[in-house]
Write a protein that binds this ligand. Sequence first.
Ligand code: HEC
Ligand code: HEC
Length: 339
Amino acid sequence: MLHIKPLKLTSFFSVNAVLTAALLCIFATAGADTDNIKYFRQEPIFPIPQVVLVNIKKAELGEKLFTDTRLSKNNQVSCASCHQLKSGGDDNLPLGLSLSAEQNIVNTPTIFNSQFNFRQNWDGSAKTLAEQIDGVIHSQDEFNTDWDSILYVLAKDKELSTEFYNVFNNGITRQNIIDALVEYEKTLITPNSPFDRYLKNEENSLTEEEIRGYLTFKELGCISCHQGINIGGNLYQKFGVFYNYIAERGNIKKADYGRMNITDRYVDAFVFKVPTLRNIAVTAPYLHDGSAETIEEAISIMGKTQLGRNLTIEEIRLLKSFLYTLTGEYNNTSLDEKP
Ligand code: HEC
Ligand code: HEC
C-alpha cells in the first residue's frame, strides 16, 4: 500500500510542515530563497523532504505497474525484480539480472530518491525518469521488448484498462504508463536518516564519532563530489582521477567507458555520474562494476582513485560511521530494519 501524505492546509501550522513547505520551495526556486533554509544547518548536504507532491491516483497505478512482469519480454521480470524496496531499492548483486546475457553490464543502482539525481543511470544516459523508463523497455538487459507488444498485452486486461480510464482520459497508452510509473517513483523517498535529523538540528541524532566521520568526509574532500540533496547525483566525474582503477582491474568492457559511450569524446572515458551515498549501508556491493564487496573497500578505492590518498584504517572507520548515518526511512520504517 502507498503511504503518501498529501499536504493539508491545516498542517501547515506545524513546525514540520513549515520545514517541508520551505524545502519544497527551495526546489522550486533552486535555492534562490535563502530565508527558507534558515532552519537547517548550513551544510553542502540537504535533507530529503518528508513529503513530495504527487498525484496519488497516478502513483497507485504506477505502483501496480512496478511489479507487473507483463511489461517485460515473456513476462520474465518487473521493475521490482531488480529494484527491491525491502533491500535498499537494488538487488544486492555485483551485476544483476539480464534478459539477454548471463548478467547485466552494470551494478543496479538504488531506485530510492532517484528523482533528485540530475541525470539517470551510471553514465547519465537518461535526462529524466520518463526517459529512463523508455530505456528500460528497450534495453536487452532489462525488459527487452517494445511498446507495441506491451500495449497489445495490457489492452486485454479489462480491469486495468478501466483503472487507466479512471485516471487518464485516453486509457492505456505509452505516455500514460510512463506517467504513472514516474509518479510512483516520486514516492520512493527515504527521509529521516540520522544525518538528515542532524541537518535539521535534532538533538542526539548523531554520536560524536559519526560527527567526526562527517568532518573527515569534508576535510578529505569526498564532499567535493558527493554533495547536495542526494550526496551525489548532481555532477559527472572521472572514476580514476589519481589512479586508473579500471585499467588495474583489467578486462575493460564497453560499460567501463561511462559517458564516452554517450558523447563519443575521449575526454569522457571513465566519466560517470557521481552516485548517491544515501542508504549506502544497505546497497552493497558497490561501484558501477560491482567490484567493491564491502563499504570499507569502496571507501579505500575512493581515497586512492579520487583523492590520491591511502586512507588509514582510522579514517576508513570514521568515514564508514558517517556513511551509515545516511540510511533513511521508507513508509516510516528504516531501510536497515529487515522484515
Ligand atoms: C533487469 C534488472 C532491472 C530491471 C528489470 C529494471 N532496472 Fe532500473 N536499473 C537497472 C540497472 C542495471 C540500472 C543501471 C543502468 C545504467 O546505468 O546503464 C538501472 C537504473 C535505474 C534508474 C537510475 C538510477 C540512478 O541512480 O541512476 C532508475 C530510476 C531505474 N532503474 C528505474 C527502473 C524502473 C522504473 C524499472 C521498471 C520500469 C526498472 N528500473 C527496471 C536494473 C533494472
Ligand atoms: C572526484 C570525485 C569524487 C570524490 C572526491 C569522491 N568520490 Fe566517491 N564516487 C565518485 C564516482 C564518480 C563514483 C562512481 C565510480 C564508479 O563506480 O564508476 C563514486 C562512488 C563512490 C561509492 C560507491 C557508490 C555506489 O553506490 O556504488 C562510495 C561508497 C563513495 N564513492 C564514497 C566516497 C568517499 C568516502 C569519498 C572520500 C574518501 C569519495 N567517495 C570521494 C566520485 C568521487
